[in-house]
Design a protein around this ligand. Sequence first.
Ligand SMILES: [Zn+2]
Length: 287
Amino acid sequence: MEDAFPTSEDWYVCPLCLDGLTIEEFETKQLTVEDVPPKALGGKPLVLTCQKCNNDQGSKFDGEAAKQQRLGRFLAGQSAKPETAVLTLNGICSQAEITVNGTAGMLFTFPKEINDPAAVERMVEHMRMLAETQSTDFAFTVEPRLRYSPDRARVSWIRTAYLAAFALFGWKYILHPKLQPIREQLANPSAVTLPLLGMDIPDISSGRHEVWVVKAPAEHQSLLVIWGGHGVFLPLPNDPRTLEELARSLGARTDGPVHFSISGTMFSWPSRPEHLLDPDPLSGSPS
Ligand SMILES: [Zn+2]
């Protein structure tokens, strides 16, 4: 990670809170290596941030995105791990561990430790009766125990996009006033106020990790950061729109995937800080 340090200075500024740290603070772990996206979402070490931003924002935002992904994979039958859920069948309630298998359906087990044996007995008896009579007269709900905040999960993806853009383009990009609301949101997790800048892009394979400077269509002109099926649009510095106006013209929504086509310039996901727009500290020109 030595590449991440400014070579002509002995201090470093956290790109998330803009607090200054000395390089010695890397030794005392007040300056930390951050995975982008978080490791639970498949990310690798990419940039340096302060321990406070790494820990606080990791637990408040990234933890929610990890839970969202875990639940999404479970419901899509892509996870072999069971999840606990409350099952309600015609008013009979019990807790089950459920494994979803893409082709074979759902497998329920009713662990003794978390259930009243009599309720399980009633549930199983009722299921048997429905199967024998081939009755379709039943109300069945499955409510997973795992809960997450969709708002904080989407902010986590904006955080990932911001840090990837920082690694790729550097200080000159993130210090633009348009990016300040993102830092303010990250410092204030209690209320999510950022507009919808991210969306699910179902046409993109999970292996695609890239950053686009979108040129067309005009309403999508932005920096589009793609990690698998997640896309986040960040403003370009010369964009006259506010973040809210950008979100409105993107037509971002949370009720389903969005299909669109774009053209522009594509950059591979950075594997180290490249800071393409920043002056090279040795020559004074952009590196
Ligand atoms: Zn920080």
